[in-house]
Ligand binder design. Structure first.
Ligand SMILES: Nc1ncnc2c1ncn2[C@@H]1O[C@H](COP(=O)(O)OP(=O)(O)OP(=O)(O)O)[C@@H](O)[C@H]1O
Ligand SMILES: [Mg+2]
Length: 239
């Protein structure tokens, strides 16, 4: 495996897009800050900008900045941002741009030099194309960080979680932990699904369950963190 670039950190992936990666990443950052670590979020590729106060901003980048403790500007947290909220290689093509893989790694290393903990939020699911010959799994592999999987709890999530776990392990990465995040609050048999995820992800991949997050009125880092297990978090971040 590639040498990790930072003392503590993880690469947060998900079973899909919109499953809570940003919310969980912000909560993990909040926990890292509470450990006294200089903590930075990183969103290597962000697709989807909105206009706020005459400035184009990406919501994920803003959330990661607010949760971290290293003073960083938008371009440092999100070095590669596109306007359209779609697959990144398509968003790039719409703007006549390409995603420069090596510059993403340089940006990550720059953040790592200024941080004790780096939380990298992936893009969409685990294997998202970043161009003709690279994808987000290559990025996770090059960063060498343990992976945390956000499982969006809804029908079909067990299969998606196991497929993702296999893919993470096939890249030689440690699947350090997983979080069940409620996407469908009406999902039937949630407890049974969680028990199955807990058993299979541990037995097959050694991945620790970090917690179950209900659908919250206030999905702030503090509130989400109150649903995660501190002892399990320590296992993810220990070296
Ligand atoms: N547990 C929760 N309770 C309430 N709302 C949540 C919860 N988890 C996520 N959300 C909301 O669901 C939406 C998607 O979450 P989030 O942006 O974290 O997903 P994501 O996986 O980062 O998406 P993307 O793939 O676009 O980066 C957001 O509006 C977020 O506030
Ligand atoms: Mg996100």
């Amino acid at each position: 495996m590639t040498q990790p670039i930072v003392l503590h950190g993880c690469f947060v992936t998900g079973t899909d897009t919109e499953v809570g990666k940003t919310r969980i990443s912000a909560a993990l950052l909040h926990w890292c800050v509470s450990q006294g670590w200089r903590s930075a979020g990183f969103k290597p590729v962000a697709a989807g900008l909105e206009l706020a106060d005459n400035r184009w901003i990406n919501a994920d980048v803003q959330a990661l900045r607010q949760a971290g403790s290293v003073p960083l500007n938008d371009a440092e947290i999100g070095p590669c941002q596109f306007k359209a909220a779609c697959a990144p290689h398509l968003a790039a093509a719409m703007e006549g741009r390409v995603i420069d893989f090596d510059s993403l790694l340089r940006a990550a290393r720059q953040l790592a030099r200024r941080s004790d903990a780096l939380i990298v939020e992936g893009v969409g699911g685990f294997v998202v194309p970043l161009g003709a010959d690279k994808d987000t799994a290559d990025l996770a592999q090059a960063l060498g960080l343990p992976v945390v999987l956000v499982v969006g709890l809804r029908l079909g999530c067990i299969n998606h979680a196991l497929l993702t776990a296999e893919s993470v392990r096939a890249r030689g990465l440690r699947l350090a932990g997983w979080v069940g995040n409620t996407v469908d609050p009406d999902m039937p048999w949630v407890d049974d699904n969680l028990a199955t995820l807990r058993d299979l992800l541990m037995a097959r991949h050694g991945a620790v369950g970090l917690g179950w997050v209900p659908r919250l009125l206030d999905p702030s880092p503090q509130t989400i963190l109150s649903h995660l297990d501190p002892a399990a978090l320590r296992q993810v971040f220990e070296r």
